[in-house]
Design a protein around this ligand. Sequence first.
Ligand code: MIC
Ligand code: SF4
Length: 643
Amino acid sequence: MQGTLTHKILEQHLVSGTLRSGQEIQIRIDQTLTQDATGTMAYLQFEALGVPRVRTELSVSYVDHNTLQVSFENADDHRYLQTVAAKYGIYFSRPGNGICHQVHLERFGIPGKTLLGADSHTPTAGGLGMIGIGAGGLDVAVAMAGLPFTLLAPRVVRVWLRGALPPWVGAKDVILEVLRRLTVKGGVGKVLEYAGPGVATLSVPERATITNMGAEVGATTSLFPSDEQTRAFLAAQGRQEVWQPLAAETNAEYEEELDLDLSALEPLVAKPHSPDAVVPVAEVAGTPVDQVCIGSCTNSSLRDLMTVAAILRGKHIHPRVSLTISPGSRQVLTMIARNGALADLVAAGARILESACGPCIGMGQAPVTDAVSVRSFNRNFLGRSGTRSAGVYLAGPEVCAVAALTGELTDPRALGAAPRVDLPERFDLDDSMILPPAADPESVEIVRGPNIRPVPTRGPLADEIEMSVLLKVGDNVTTDDILPAGAKVLLLRSNIPAISEFVFSGIDPGFAARAREQGGGFIVGGENYGQGSSREHAALAPMYLGIQAVLARSFARIHQANLVNFGILPLLITAEDYARLEPGDRLRLEGLRETVRSGEPIIVQNLTRDFAFTATPRLSPHQVEVLLAGGVLNYVRQQVRKA
Ligand code: MIC
Ligand code: SF4
């Protein structure tokens, strides 16, 4: 990775370890971000650390996920977050101000800096030449306390861009093509670093679409150089002073290469129910469409919405289609309101939603039974839309807008000339919905609603565990499978006992009751267990239900870290052992503390089927300590007591 831009930025932030792929390193974090669905836990944990004020250059708390206030819980969370932010030195982006990643790109991102975010799409910031990494709330809390972030030094993949995008083909098609080639697990442990002559043809918001959805290949992050386009974007945001040119050395050593000719791309879609089920839209053309949703942190920039408005101008949407539009930020919304594009959207029949995640996280707008929904978003996991029988297609804003007009999936090139959108030299700037922290923190009282419950912890790792396999799942199980989102569940994000009732509810509605009855147990998983969201609730709630270990063929990066943070053992097993384990099998693990300490494989007895096998904990020395203590909070408390 020598000479890559990733290496340069990591090197400047290196606290310990050697920058060699696969080695554990610790890096200094300059900025953090949280959103409300993960933020309440992150700040409860931050409070538990007992640090009087954040020790980062900048920390921002956004409210963008749980904005549908069907009862008091979400509003209480927002108030809690606002008071915590004021007290501890954190900027607070109020509900209505926009989606965290979009606003961060516009108002706070800085080329060459590091950003740790309690949301898996934090790599969006890579569009600005910044290293943005998604993590669990607890890791972000620790970073806010000024401690370094631990990760495995990535393999750096050079994604070489040539040519320029043809008409009707957008940035979304670039990342969909990357997904088609790499699949949802092809990026685990890697950074996708973009380079080549095609880079200069892409604006920062287009780059941000690409880096955003790099999360879907499982990559640690994605990164663009900082160049003239970056300068122009920052200047338009009135922030030119934070710009600096950044690029890889010409002789940089990459671990892998991917070559992508932009001019050869065509409009693509990801079919239900995985972001890597990518085909040309032409292949599914004619499929009737019931719903189109445009927005999300992937595709809701000014440019995206202006493009949609240009396509819809003077026309009306198909009678079968419900079209929703959620602008990525208040800046985008005010600008399209002032320049008339909003009127074009409304006149065409669009339903305008607030600047927030909205339908992307199932916060309203669940589609009709058996729907085909076409969305400019980044995830189409089964059930995430709120309607389990619906099939969601992911596409760029152009394909979405055209489908809204024709009522079916349509190759937009059939419409003739592509719309041309000119962006202003300068964006409307108004940060009045971003509240700076209080000047007199002592006077701020933290307000906690009745739904905000303390973070549960578990005791130190037991030496012997004998329990049953409660559930066996296949490959690529998502955190949406483990703990669904949606309006009905998200309002319980600050209440682990209550939300734990929903663990695996989409796959196995009896799971929580069974776990409670048996006082806990094991989960057996396939490859890439825990892909998708960074929600630590997908570890915390199973921990609360007594899950002791997940035995899987492989894990997604953020989820593996979350399991360890909350004291659940992530154990790797072989394909053969995966095949012969069954739900209900009674497993016995002995001498656990010693084996975990030594890093040796653990011998597991299957008492039901009378065989033994090994399960490997692949843990860093730090993770070993954390697991022995029963999770990070216990570990930190122990350290404090020792000190
Ligand atoms: C998502 O897109 O799944 C979310 C909701 O933004 C999550 C965070 C969460 O579950 O709160 C993410 O991507 O990390
Ligand atoms: Fe919000 Fe969707 Fe982006 Fe997650 S992926 S941050 S839910 S817009």
